[in-house]
Design a protein around this ligand. Sequence first.
Ligand code: NI
Length: 162
Amino acid sequence: MAIRTIRTIGDDLLYHRSREVKEITPRIRTLVQDMLETMYDAGGVGLAAPQVGVLKRIVVIDVSEDADSPIILINPEILETSGKQTGYEGCLSVPGKSGIVTRANYCKVKALNENMEEIIVEGEELLARALQHELAHLEGELYVSLVEGDLIDNSQLQEEGE
Ligand code: NI
């Protein structure tokens, strides 16, 4: 496994639609493992393949407290959303910043796992937010286009939270 470089806002690759994964090759398995390692190393709760420079429809998410419950989504599709949540959101490709984004509070996704088996993942609140955020990366969309008001520095966010 290896930690890959995370592309940041302004990098052309982040604005392209990613392509479907047709088969799980050793290269894809390595990519998935590297994405997990890169996400954990950066302290994020989600990472999409285009963020490490690969335009493939692969997302990893882990919103658990102990960072020990990875979710791997290949060719994910949103089946259902409902409700609304408004809160601060950040992205490993927009380092040190946060902004207020309104998302669905519930999200249900169909995807393939790393064995190309169909899985359903559903969640509320943070997981729902992460699912919507990461899937948008596969369309070449960053959360900054959805931010209500201005992006703020995370140091400011911590002060507000105190
Ligand atoms: Ni992101």
